[in-house]
Write a protein that binds this ligand. Sequence first.
Ligand SMILES: [Zn+2]
Length: 127
Amino acid sequence: MMHELSYATSILNTILDTINSQDLKGKNIKKISKINLEIGELIFINFEQLKFAFEVISESTVCEGAELVAEFIKPHIVCKNCGYEGELEPKDEFDVSCPKCGSLSLKIKGGKEFNIKNIIAEFDDEK
Ligand SMILES: [Zn+2]
């Protein structure tokens, strides 16, 4: 849970910082309705717990009630032992091994992403 909480905190801080940045100053953001994330599977996030943690910490901020949507990214591996190249289905963080030969000697590309792709905000009409 601590793991998910720290990611939830980083999402919230990033969004609040963005809202307070020069670009968006002066625009009245009523609320953030949706947050699209990109999460590498090697981070081993429990998405339900992440959503729950975010719901708790975003209370009474503009992010309250925002929907979190995640696109999970599979790691791409190259095995240094047998040459297998492809996607990896990680079972847990202690079992990241080649699906063909079981070697732990892998070159891993991707799978550790944690990005906010975009956010959907609702603005107050200033009429
Ligand atoms: Zn292999």
